[in-house]
Design a binder for this molecule. Structure first.
Ligand code: AMP
Ligand code: MG
Length: 331
């Protein structure tokens, strides 16, 4: 669903924040101010709500989103946090620093929120309204900037409404953002710190706290382009190990089926993205499906994944983008 009648304007008083939390808990999209920019929030544990974020933004691809928490303790229940991460959290949270860390096995954040990756970006934003909201939701909130794809990040509620009015449940107005710049993103998943995006937390301050921060191509990206998979594969692109064949109408003897819609070819091993042919449901299940077929394929000795066509409309654009990357020739 990409159209919603009337976006609620909520004030940042107790009633407004409680209403915003209730909407988020019910799977709704709520834009809210942080010290960096306004985020477009969704319950990060609800894959359908996360899919709706990509839909509302009109993003033609899935990229990993930052999961927001009210405190470091809550964040580190979902990701593994080495001493370095704890030191940075102590020094910079709440604040404009995002840490990329390995997901814990029991991490309840939807795979779609992390674009299928084994890592998750986590942050504790500054700002009383945002923190009170996050405590009220009681679940991590996935939130990219609250603008349509390709437009600039919003730093006021009016900016948010200019792009997303009618597409989201509510905007919680806490006035203009104090920093107005995105968060600095540091990858700690490979052990030593690596800068993925400069932002509101100065790298020199981060280095003062934890020593040298790497820059340029991450070790994982270098490894990925050297040994693996599709050309152009970056660290933020999950792709299955098995080759993917697009637009499949029939299934080979040793292929698993990534199915879409009610009419299925016979296959031994099938993951149904959406029997109803609903692209939003399919988006919510895409990464879980690719992972499941990869694992089953390894167990059963399958040679590849046959992916049925998905219409290139709405979230179907992002689904096809990801499937095309997975299907690109590998060296
Ligand atoms: P935005 O949602 O616009 O604040 O952007 C989030 C930033 O964090 C993007 O630059 C993402 O590529 C990056 N990011 C989020 N999650 C991950 C992850 N698991 N691994 C690497 N980068 C990430
Ligand atoms: Mg953005």
């Amino acid at each position: 669903m990409s159209e919603q009648a009337g976006t609620e304007r909520l004030r940042d008083d107790a009633a407004g924040i409680a209403r915003a939390a209730a909407l988020l808990r019910a799977g709704g999209l709520v834009a809210f101010g942080t010290e960096t920019v306004y985020g477009l929030g969704a319950d990060a544990t609800d894959a359908r709500a996360v899919a709706a974020v990509f839909d509302a933004k009109g993003r033609p691809h899935f990229n990993p989103l930052i999961a927001h928490y009210p405190d470091a303790e809550a964040a580190f229940r979902h990701v593994e946090a080495p001493a370095l991460a704890r030191r940075l959290a102590e020094r910079f949270w709440p604040g404009p620093l995002t840490l990329v860390l390995p997901r814990r096995a029991a991490c309840p954040v939807a795979l779609l929120a992390g674009a299928g990756l084994d890592t998750l970006a986590v942050r504790v934003p500054a700002g009383q309204t945002a923190l009170t909201l996050l405590r009220g939701v009681g679940r991590p909130v996935a939130a990219p900037s609250a603008n349509r794809s390709g437009e600039v990040s919003p730093t006021t509620a009016a900016h948010v409404l200019a792009g997303l009015d009618g597409r989201i449940a509510a905007v919680l107005d806490s006035g203009p953002c104090a920093v107005g710049l995105e968060s600095t993103v540091i990858d700690l998943s490979a052990g030593r710190p690596f800068l993925l995006r400069p932002g509101g937390a100065a790298v020199s301050d981060i280095e003062a706290a934890v020593g040298p921060v790497g820059r340029g191509i991450t070790p994982q990206a270098a490894e990925a382009t050297r040994t693996l998979r599709s050309p152009g594969l970056l660290v933020s692109h999950y792709a299955p190990r098995l080759p993917v064949r697009l637009g499949a109408e029939a299934v080979g003897a040793w292929e698993g089926l990534l199915a879409f819609g009610p009419a299925l070819p016979a296959a031994g091993c099938t993951f149904q993205l959406s029997a109803a042919g609903d692209v939003a449901e399919a988006a919510a299940r895409l990464f879980a499906g690719l992972r499941w077929l990869d694992e089953e394929g390894g167990r059963l000795g399958l040679s590849g994944i046959a992916a049925m066509p998905v219409p290139a409309e709405g979230l179907g654009l992002a689904i096809n983008d990801r499937l095309q990357r997975a299907a690109a020739p590998r060296s």
